[in-house]
Design a protein around this ligand. Structure first.
Ligand code: ADP
Ligand code: ZN
Length: 289
């Protein structure tokens, strides 16, 4: 069966055709401009491709409540032209097929649970540390929704004593996204994150923040696996630093082998690699009815 996947991001739209096994047959990247410029190109990609369903993993916040009048809309995002854009309704009108819809990170955690690093587990989280910090939450084999959806990138953290950077989040002075996502790293240190690779203090501070967030996610969600991806995590030295600091913060309280002696298999890279987002969207498509 042919399925469409759309990873709708603030900088790019990744459009793909794939199947129920997570294979991708065709892919196209379209830069994200305004909805009027971008969406006709996105819709054109899927036309005539004989897809049965489409999955959309979307940047947020989005309305996921199927009983709401604004279900399938992008809400009060910082990407202004997209505020209140009805992405599901518009695609459905054009393509006339069932659409599965969730946040990009919920898609990614689903993809990892079905095809990737959390395969077979009932509970996992996927964290991306990129332009923002987003967390997809899969608990009891379901993607977590609520009033909205988890916004765990905005958990509040203790500041590093040597950090005098004001933070990058317009809403919170001390949240994880504002202190540790890519734009914060780059503004604090005055260089592209990639160019800071050999600056030990940069990644120590980064691990200090990400591990605090992860300790909170472990306390609150009790995941069986934590998948950590996104552009900033291309700095592979972060993984061991984060595992070590997270263990220190938990301080033996979560007395499970996975944490006490198995951190390298507990906090892991996405098995779907940089395709976690688009494969996640495809996976949302497999569930669309
Ligand atoms: P998005 O979050 O927009 O989907 P990414 O996950 O690729 O995109 O994250 C983009 C961020 O990751 C940028 O801040 C960029 O500087 C950073 N980044 C990308 N590659 C690297 C790298 N090799 N090392 C460190 N940071 C990187
Ligand atoms: Zn915030």
């Amino acid at each position: 069966m042919r399925i469409g996947g759309l990873e709708a991001g603030g900088t790019k739209m990744v459009c793909a055709i794939g199947d129920e096994q997570g294979n991708i047959m065709e892919k196209k990247i379209i830069p994200t401009g305004t909805p009027e410029d971008t969406m006709p190109q996105v819709i054109d990609f899927y036309r005539g491709k004989e897809i049965r369903t489409l999955g959309i993993g979307c940047f947020g916040p989005v309305d996921l409540n199927k009983n709401s009048d604004t279900y399938g809309y992008i809400r009060q995002t910082t990407k202004l032209p997209w505020i209140n854009y009805d992405i599901v309704g518009n695609m459905k009108k054009e393509l006339q097929i069932p659409i599965g819809f969730d946040t990009d990170v919920n898609g990614a955690v689903l993809g990892e649970a079905v095809w990737g690093a959390a395969k077979g587990l009932d509970n996992a989280i996927y964290i991306t540390v990129g332009t923002g910090i987003g967390v997809g939450v899969y608990i009891g084999k379901r993607l977590v929704h609520g009033l909205m959806h988890p916004e765990a990138g905005h958990v509040l953290l203790n500041r590093h004593p040597d950090d005098h950077y004001k933070g990058h989040c317009p809403y919170h002075a001390n949240c994880a996204e504002g202190l540790a996502a890519g734009p914060a790293v780059e503004e604090r240190w005055g260089r592209k994150a990639m160019e800071l690779a050999d600056r030990e203090e940069v990644w120590e501070m980064e691990a200090y923040y990400i591990s605090q967030a992860i300790a909170d996610y472990i306390f609150a969600y009790s995941p069986e696996k934590i998948i950590l991806g996104g552009g900033i995590m291309h700095q592979k030295q972060l993984y061991d630093k984060i595992r070590k600091k997270t263990s220190e913060l938990l301080n033996g309280y979560i007395a499970r082998e996975e944490i006490l002696n198995g951190m390298e298999n507990y906090i892991v890279e996405p098995l779907l690699g940089d395709e976690a987002g688009i494969k996640g969207a495809l996976c949302l498509g497999t569930l669309a009815v």
